[in-house]
Design a protein around this ligand. Structure first.
Ligand code: UDP
Length: 477
């Protein structure tokens, strides 16, 4: 309602696609409910944000990314996507510490009522305190990964095993979740500054006003309750944020510009049977080895399921064939209409929501996980890094709409044997055809419906948004 206009919220997303996209979606929720919203970012991230804002009424305020002299990074490296090598990534993380002063300058100018900042800005809690406003943390995660993270940090079960592959149970967590040390988020090159940053982000979360989860209550009631009641954290669930702002008039693409004509893509999908296509995409950061890409190509072809495959690895020039593909692969799949390869950025949510799509091969980033759930799809889980192993467990063991390819370690970031063609073929067929597939799809569709209901007037996410506004108002007065 109109009375919300008196509140001004500043959003400060981490400079990575998988963080910016849900944060802008979230900002759009606030704007659609009548609040004044400003997003703070660096110059080179503006196009990514503007595209995701669409027609929503949101201000963007830019701050300067530190110079190459200060960071040791090449010019133009303002998004983690351009800092994928481990040494660059660490420099990139350190550079973001220098954004504190410019952000505080904006807070001073704008005098907002609340700062919603990414977990990777641990200093933001103190920044907000300087101006007497609450800082809310946004990880872009749901309650299950938040609970697993909190419990592994608090009880350190990983310190009690003798190897990286020995399983342990996560203590004080419902559902008997087993993990190995290999599956915990790891710090590249065991860098001390980065390790400290993660520790500080945990402390800053505990000191913060609370956490916004990208989830809905019905998806993970046990873990939503656990996070609040057992772990004692203040949290609001406002998701799935990807569903909040669908406007048929707007272009479907979030983040980067799509590398395929959207009508072209829809036409291809339109020519397929309902639930017959599998969509294969590993988020915005994963780059596979040539050997792994080849196994994926062969596995998809052998499965005989029509597919859309998003490949981040680029050919040297657009005309050049992708030399790692099996002999004659592109001609065969294009000729038969069996597959569509998108090189670069796909309009993911548009594709997932299309009725012809019946399954999703995913790296289990939380955004992709929740977008798959919202679209009512069973998933092949192929976690790579970060909290993705937790999300994969959630899909396969908790809500039971996922089938794994058996990845036990961080193969996505180099090292490890590629997952073989046969394993991929089997997993794809298991979620696409047969009784088990149908059972999983029915369950997934139920979750998809619940997700939509959660956002409607009176739904769980809608109501929790009201709770958050009430909290912010009473904090202000
Ligand atoms: N995404 C997209 N097109 C792509 C790849 C990714 O639109 O080709 C979007 C996807 O819909 C999701 C986000 O980018 O919202 C990726 O976030 P996620 O947490 O799944 O993975 P990350 O990129 O952080 O590893």
């Amino acid at each position: 309602g109109n009375e919300n206009h008196e509140l001004h919220i500043i959003f400060f997303p981490f400079l990575a696609n998988g963080h910016i996209i849900p944060c802008v979606d979230l900002a759009r929720v606030f704007s659609s409910r009548g609040l004044k919203v400003t997003i703070v970012t660096t110059h080179l991230n503006v196009p990514l944000i503007s595209r995701t804002i669409g027609k929503a009424k949101i201000n963007i305020k830019t701050i300067k990314f530190p110079s190459p002299e200060e960071t040791g990074l090449p010019e133009g490296c303002e998004n983690s996507e351009s800092a994928l090598a481990p040494d660059k990534f660490i420099k990139f993380m350190k550079s973001t510490l220098l954004l504190r002063e410019p952000l505080e300058h904006v807070l001073e100018q704008e005098q907002p009522d609340c700062l919603v900042a990414d977990m990777f800005f641990p200093w933001a809690t103190d920044s907000a305190a300087k101006f007497n406003i609450p800082r809310i943390v946004f990880h872009g995660l749901g309650f299950f990964p938040l609970c697993v993270s909190a419990c592994t940090r608090q009880y350190k079960p990983q310190d009690k095993v003798s190897s990286y592959t020995e399983p342990f149970v996560v203590p004080n967590l419902p559902g008997e979740i087993t993990l190995t040390k290999m599956q915990l988020p790891q710090v590249p090159q065991h860098d001390k500054v980065f390790t400290k940053l993660l520790e500080e982000s945990n402390e800053s979360e505990l000191k913060s006003y609370g956490v916004i989860a990208n989830s809905f209550y019905e998806l993970e009631p046990v873990y939503a309750d656990h996070y609040r009641n057992e772990l004692g954290r203040k949290a609001w669930h406002l998701g799935p944020v990807s569903l909040c702002n669908r406007d048929k008039e707007e272009k479907a693409c979030r983040g980067r510009e799509a590398s395929i004509d959207e009508h072209e893509c829809l036409k291809w999908l339109q020519s397929k049977e309902p639930n017959s296509v599998i969509y294969v995409c590993f988020g915005s950061m994963t780059v596979f080895s040539d050997a792994q890409l080849k196994e994926i190509a062969m596995g998809l072809e052998a499965s005989e399921i029509p597919f859309i495959w998003v490949v981040k690895k680029k050919a040297k020039s657009d005309d050049e064939k992708l030399e790692w593909l099996p002999e004659g692969f592109e001609e065969r799949i294009e000729g038969s209409g069996k597959g569509l390869i998108i090189r670069g950025w796909a309009p993911q949510v548009m594709i997932l929501d299309h009725e012809s799509v019946g399954g999703f091969v995913t790296h289990c980033g939380w955004n992709s996980t929740l977008e798959g759930v919202s679209a009512g799809l069973p998933m092949v889980t192929w976690p790579m890094y970060g909290e993705q192993f937790y999300n994969a467990k959630f899909l396969s063991d908790i809500i039971k709409i996922g089938v794994g390819v058996g990845v036990q370690t961080w193969i996505g970031m180099g090292g490890g044997e590629p997952v073989k063609k046969d394993v991929i073929e089997k997993a794809v067929r298991r979620i696409m055809v047969g009784d088990e597939a149908e059972e999983m799809r029915n369950r997934a569709k139920e979750f998809g419906k619940m997700a939509r209901r959660a956002l409607e007037v009176g739904g769980s996410s809608y109501n929790d948004f009201n709770n958050l506004i009430e909290d912010l108002k009473s904090h202000k007065h």
